[in-house]
Write a protein that binds this ligand. Structure first.
Ligand SMILES: Cc1ncc(COP(=O)(O)O)c(C=O)c1O
Length: 390
């Protein structure tokens, strides 16, 4: 499909990471531009061509596309009317599930997107502390409070946010102490191209407690993947708030912020609310997803199959040192490092031409739907693609 066929959409698509530029480093007419269908770990493009997928909707799908149990629950919710004037009983049911599955979650609120749930967490932290400054580590979505860009973001908002380097205990201690009694929150992703050191996590916990600031774990892509309770469960740190998204509803639009009762009860003093935060379909999908993640021990499967993928990535680095510099991430979410950006783009192009959708500049994700043979096939395609790069 040509770019011209998509002139109704400003900037090609509403999800920035799905632009041809983001996927392939540019526009190539023979590559997949838009899709019509997904199932398990496979997708079909507008021309009807089938692809094996390692992108998995940017980590939003841990069970595989179109999981039957999730679809059935969503179908029942559609039959039940989708939405109404009162809070659905399902809201509290999913809240109970998250309380049981995610350590430290005493109360929860639902929203639609990860960025919204992160903004809610920051609002709650600011409400609880009566302070404004925020230190962050990782990607937290597109909303104003955490942007580095100056285009369209007020200078006063930008001035309230600064970055913490990942896994640097000394810098964390120094910056948290420097912010002192202006600091409302430290927000962090538990994995940024690698696992966190226990020392860094301990410094975040100790120093935020000492400063009287709220520690917020952004588990949007790690919840249900690194463990049912996410990276904090896996690495043994207890934040004050946990922000969840993506895998909790297997691709249906649902995100949540949860945590300590005293901080969460700030929702009664500030205003966090959205008309469709309580529609039934995503809540029903989430209920079914959480049950499946637990029943089918999905994080263990993803860890096992992901380890095969990451080992294969390492072997490819040894076989193709001219193009690949190394690997990053964990089995559950991993990528290559390249000598230059052009090599990553070329690899994504050559892989797509051979039937594999592969993320060049961010994480690749396996799911419950990926078996060992899918991983082996992906590795084989990548090997051929790298070979074709000369
Ligand atoms: C760690 C993290 N936080 C926040 C977000 C933003 O979530 P959304 O795109 O659903 O707004 C993402 C999305 O990739 C993410 O990975």
């Amino acid at each position: 499909m040509s770019g011209e066929a998509r002139q109704s959409i400003a900037g090609f698509t509403s999800t920035g990471s799905k632009r041809p530029d983001a996927l392939f480093g540019g526009d190539h007419p023979d590559l997949p531009h838009a899709m019509t269908r997904s199932s398990g770990c496979r997708v079909w493009d507008a021309e009807g061509r089938e692809y094996l997928d390692l992108i998995m909707a940017l980590g939003a799908v841990a069970l595989g596309y179109g999981d039957p149990a999730v679809n059935e629950a969503a179908g029942r919710a559609i039959a039940d009317g989708v939405v109404g004037p009162l809070p659905p009983t399902l809201e509290a049911d999913v809240g109970e599930d998250l309380r049981r599955l995610v350590p430290g979650v005493e109360r929860v609120r639902f929203l639609k997107t990860g960025a919204e749930a992160m903004a809610a967490a920051v609002r709650l932290a600011r409400s609880a502390t009566n302070r404004e400054a925020v230190l962050g580590c990782g990607y937290h979505g597109w909303l104003d409070w955490c942007q580095r860009t100056d285009l369209g973001v007020p200078a006063g908002t930008r001035a309230l946010y600064a970055e913490l380097p990942f896994n640097d205990p000394e810098a964390a201690r120094e910056r948290i102490r420097r912010a002192g009694d202006t600091l409302a929150a430290v927000v962090f992703e538990p994995v940024v191209l690698g696992p966190p050191s226990l020392e860094w996590l301990a410094v975040l916990r100790e120093e935020t407690t000492r400063a009287g600031a709220v520690l917020v774990a952004d588990e949007i892509k790690t919840i249900g993947r690194l463990a049912l309770g996410g990276g904090c469960e896996r690495f043994g740190v207890r934040p004050d708030l946990v922000v969840m998204g993506k895998a909790i509803a297997n691709g249906f639009p649902l995100a949540a912020v949860g945590g300590r009762t005293d901080v969460m009860d700030g929702v009664t003093r500030t205003w966090i609310s959205s008309t469709l935060a309580t529609e039934f379909v995503s809540l029903a999908a989430s209920r079914a997803t959480l049950a499946e993640l637990e029943r089918r021990r999905v994080p263990a499967h993803i860890g096992r199959v992901g380890a095969r993928l990451l080992d294969g990535f390492r072997a490819l680095v040894e076989r193709h040192p001219r193009h690949l510099r190394g690997v990053a991430g964990l089995p559950e979410m991993c990528c290559f490092l390249y000598h230059d950006e052009a090599a990553g783009a070329r690899l994504a192009v050559e892989a797509a031409r051979r039937g594999l959708l592969f993320k060049r500049g961010a994480y690749n994700f396996v799911s419950l739907a990926h078996g060992e043979s899918d991983v082996d096939r992906a590795l084989d395609v990548l090997d051929q693609a790298l070979g074709a790069m000369g």
